[in-house]
Design a protein around this ligand. Structure first.
Ligand SMILES: Cc1ncc(COP(=O)(O)O)c(C=O)c1O
Length: 413
């Protein structure tokens, strides 16, 4: 990643349909090696730091040596050394050219759209997106910036995406597996559709993470990440990131982040670097635990429906198996009696915690219809599969039998 582009006003990025991500120097290394070394290596960086662990540079301004020599970094709103290490590591894990972090995943989405779309432009997506993203798409951008969002009718069918893209489309946005209903979208097929219109494809890789799915290998141009979830993995950090072409990343940095703010502070960047070292192992255990829980729930008489792409009756089971290494730690299920039924089960949990996030080491549950997707109309929620009895369940790293025992007693109440 070039660290020289610290010009304050850069030309806006334009998508080049011919350009594929440049091959990274560390592209031949395995995922776990990159998770431990990308951006900082104790021997490679021996002279400046003499440290085995990446340093925390807890400074938000950086001295000028001479009057007209702009230092890089110059000010903490655009870049800090520890955050730069994190950006390099995230870019490496996703296989992208560059990365810019943001104060949350929602902010990263906002920064991306705000950077690439102008009044009159549009973005094509589906209702299978996280709640805050839906709110940005349904009201914030259309009402405040005149950027329109189009929601495809049949997200499993590439033609449905094709039908909504026109010459004013600046981005196609796919979230897969989606939160909260674990809908799987065919990344390679939608990349082909977007590219046929010379439009970039952005994939939100928050629920799978690069440990389980690398959308750039399937044709995605841009990746959206919430660091808050599995990447950090224990609810101690809030942050987000965009991985993509370096010119886009620097456009976001110098035309949006620099003027609007919202950064990952050095300590949080450093903590995330530590957590990423174990991402692949954690995702494996989240996935095997979630598989066991999904199978248990599937056979329970109190459960009307289970969403988990590791279950053979999931409508996109084969597609998920093709584009993911494992099915991840997030699932959702519908209990009887709608909201009252969900409340009864959630109130009865003794081990599982009711809280707003997912991707944590401890198992968490949440009620999407009232907490994250309450801005959707009831008809949109129905279309997206967000039943009033739906409980989002983020399976942690506990012993699976203990999670099942808690479910058993809560579902029997
Ligand atoms: C798939 C997905 N992407 C992005 C975000 C936004 O992340 P954050 O909570 O860091 O703003 C979320 C939040 O729930 C999410 O579920």
């Amino acid at each position: 990643m070039s660290k020289d582009n610290h010009f304050f006003m850069r030309e806006p990025w334009t998508y080049d349909p011919e350009a594929r991500p440049k091959k990274r120097d560390d592209g031949e290394q395995g995922f776990n090696t990159r998770a431990l070394h990308a951006g900082f290596h104790p021997l490679g960086d021996l002279e400046p730091y003499r440290s085995f662990v990446p340093p925390i540079t807890q400074s938000m301004t950086f001295p000028y040596k001479t009057f007209d020599e702009i230092p890089c970094p110059v000010y903490g709103r655009t870049r800090t050394p520890t955050n730069t290490l994190l950006e390099e590591r995230l870019a490496s894990l996703e296989g992208g050219e560059a990365c810019i972090t943001a104060g949350s995943g929602s902010q990263a989405l906002f920064n991306l759209i705000f950077t690439i779309a102008r009044p009159g432009d549009n973005v094509v997506t589906s209702l299978n997106v996280f709640g805050e993203g839906y709110k940005q798409a349904a009201t914030i951008f259309p009402e405040r910036c005149q950027v329109d969002f189009r929601f495809v009718q049949d997200p499993g069918n590439p033609d449905s995406w094709d039908a909504l893209i026109d010459e004013k489309t600046k981005l196609v946005w796919v979230e897969t597996p989606s939160n909260p209903c674990l809908f799987i979208t065919d990344i390679a097929a939608i990349a082909d559709v977007a590219h046929a219109h010379n439009v970039p494809l952005m994939v939100d890789n928050t629920t799978a993470t690069a440990a389980l799915q690398t959308p750039m290998d399937l044709g995605a141009d841009i990746i959206l990440l919430s660091i808050t979830k599995f990447l950090a993995g224990n609810a101690t950090v809030i942050g987000g990131a965009i991985v993509g072409p370096e010119d886009l990343v620097e456009d976001i940095r110098w035309n949006t982040t620099e003027f609007i703010g919202s950064v990952v502070p050095p300590l949080e960047a450093w903590m995330t670097l530590q957590y990423l070292e174990t991402l692949a192992m954690r995702m494996q255990r989240h996935s095997s635990n979630a598989q066991a829980i999904a199978e248990y729930l599937k056979g329970h008489p109190g459960v009307a429906h289970v969403n988990y792409s590791g279950l053979p009756d999931h409508p996109q089971y084969d597609l998920a198996a093709k584009q993911m290494k494992a099915h991840g730690g997030l699932l959702s299920f519908v209990v009887k009696n709608g909201k009252a039924g969900a409340a009864a089960v959630m109130n009865a949990f003794k081990l599982v915690v009711h809280a707003v996030t997912f991707g944590t080491s401890k198992t968490i549950c949440m009620h999407p219809a009232t907490i994250t997707h309450e801005h959707m109309t009831p008809a949109e929620r129905a279309e997206a599969g967000i039943d009033d009895g739906l409980i989002r369940f983020s399976v942690g790293l506990e012993d699976p039998d203990d999670i099942i025992a808690d479910l058993e007693q809560a579902l029997s109440k």
